[in-house]
Design a protein around this ligand. Structure first.
Ligand SMILES: [Zn+2]
Length: 448
């Protein structure tokens, strides 16, 4: 007995019509949806009415996608926090009189310390961004999902949970169990898909080995992640796939933008496709101009949400975008190597732009160094500087640390072009995290 037809089961697409829609037709669809969304937001969401009046733009001025890119103002997290503060809790950021549609509540930290309050309708949560990805990689309703997260406020895995239900799979909730208990449960219930952040998936593997269990011999066939730099980066993917003997599939999204996710292409492991059925993406340079195909800049997203849509929202993530159709058959735009860095985490040292992700990639390529690392930015009289702390792998003798340090120092200087301070530490020197690992620490004085 199966949930869908044989034809559907063998298709590589969850929704072939949408995923393979020719670019021109897809852009026409986006234009129609954006025009409707802008009119709806302008008339019903006080923040947009105010912002668009100030910018001197009316919904009817948006006749093309170029108009949308040029005339509609960008919004940023502090704007949302500000408009929420006028009339808490949600203030002018949601559709007026929409109480019947306020279903799921989350919050994320704001830059000023005031959290951004996020509210959405259940259909926004059930955007199936994860299902497109899972289906593309061969996961079907007969698969069994294991959710190794504490069901806290990490929105990505709540979306994943509802999407696994939407897919029709069995879901196992590990909830409040500790890591050892989770390993035992994986052995007992034999799930095939592990949902965990990349850091925590490696932690479970580490604990399993300490218990005498080889994670590569368990029932897990896929590990699927979100929340931090992940499996689109080859070194992180290779480490996870080796540890679990499973396929590692990545997803990138912002909890601020319900379900507007980009996910791992099944044919090209360095590509992430934006789920264009639920979001519209642009890549802009520092002056707000649209970057050409293949260009790098800040990813600007719009989600087609019901009560709290975000229109031209700044992600502060730097990406390289491509709009030519992918050889997996999808026309949805793709990002090479996922997120390349943060616009607010870039450090310029002697004229060279340095992103933490680039440093991480280089560390991951050196045998003997583990994925446990910290990158610190400081400012001093000579300008900004970077220092790096990395744990060696457990089987590396301490008298080899100097050689590792020299190798890392050389590689960083050669690949990035600047010198950095670094320390090689014994295993377990740095803190471990259950959800998102904190790897980047910015101690620079905030510029006014
Ligand atoms: Zn593709």
């Amino acid at each position: 007995m199966q949930l869908y037809s044989d034809k559907a089961y063998s298709s590589p697409y969850w929704n072939e019509y949408l995923e393979t829609m020719p670019r021109q037709q897809l852009d026409q669809l986006h234009l129609r949806r954006l025009q409707k969304l802008i009119k709806y937001a302008y008339e019903n969401i006080p923040m947009y009415g105010d912002l668009y009046d100030k910018a001197g733009v009316k919904p009817e001025d948006i006749k093309t996608l170029d108009d949308f890119a040029e005339k509609i103002p960008l919004i940023d997290k502090p704007d949302l926090v500000k408009y929420q503060s006028y009339d808490p809790p949600f203030g002018g950021t949601i559709v007026k009189d929409s109480e019947d549609y306020l279903t799921f509540y989350f919050q994320t930290s704001g830059t000023t310390g005031t959290p951004l309050k996020e509210i959405g309708y259940y259909r926004d949560m059930l955007s199936t961004g994860w299902v497109f990805k899972w289906w593309a990689h061969g996961i079907r309703p007969k698969d069994v999902f294991y959710f190794a997260f504490p069901f806290g406020t990490f929105m990505a895995f709540w979306c994943a949970y509802y999407d696994a239900v939407a897919l029709g799979s069995q879901v196992i909730t590990a909830g409040g169990l500790n890591t050892e208990q989770r390993v035992k449960q994986i052995q007992e219930l034999k799930p095939t898909v592990l949902v965990a952040t990349p850091t925590y998936a490696m932690r479970i593997a580490e604990v399993a080995r300490e218990m005498g269990v080889d994670p590569a011999q368990t029932s897990i066939k896929y590990i699927t992640s979100a929340g931090e730099q992940g499996y689109v980066v080859q070194t992180i993917r290779d480490a996870a796939e080796k540890a679990w003997g499973a396929k590692a599939i990545d997803l990138y999204g912002l909890s601020d933008l319900w379900g507007s996710t980009s996910w791992h292409c099944p044919s090209n492991a360095d590509r992430m496709h934006l789920t264009e059925s639920i979001a519209y993406g642009l890549v802009l340079d520092d002056n707000g101009n649209v970057m050409p195909d293949g260009g790098k800049g800040e990813f600007i997203l719009t989600n087609y949400a019901t009560v709290m849509p975000l229109i031209k929202y700044r992600t502060h993530d730097v990406v390289e975008w491509h709009k030519e159709a992918c050889d997996c058959g999808r026309t949805w735009l793709w990002l090479r190597d996922g997120v390349l860095g943060r616009t607010d985490q870039m450090v310029t040292i002697k004229g060279t732009n340095v992103y933490p992700t680039a440093i991480q990639g280089i560390i991951g390529n050196i045998d003997g160094l583990s994925e446990h690392l910290e990158i610190h930015f400081d400012s001093g009289e000579g300008g900004d500087s970077v220092s790096v702390k990395v744990e060696a792998e457990p089987d590396i003798a301490t008298d080899k640390y100097d050689a590792l340090k020299e190798k890392l120092s050389e590689d960083l200087r050669y690949r990035i072009g600047v010198g950095m301070k670094m320390e090689i530490l014994p295993p377990k020197s740095l803190p471990r995290y259950e959800l998102k690992a904190k790897r980047v620490f910015d101690h620079r004085e905030k510029k006014k």
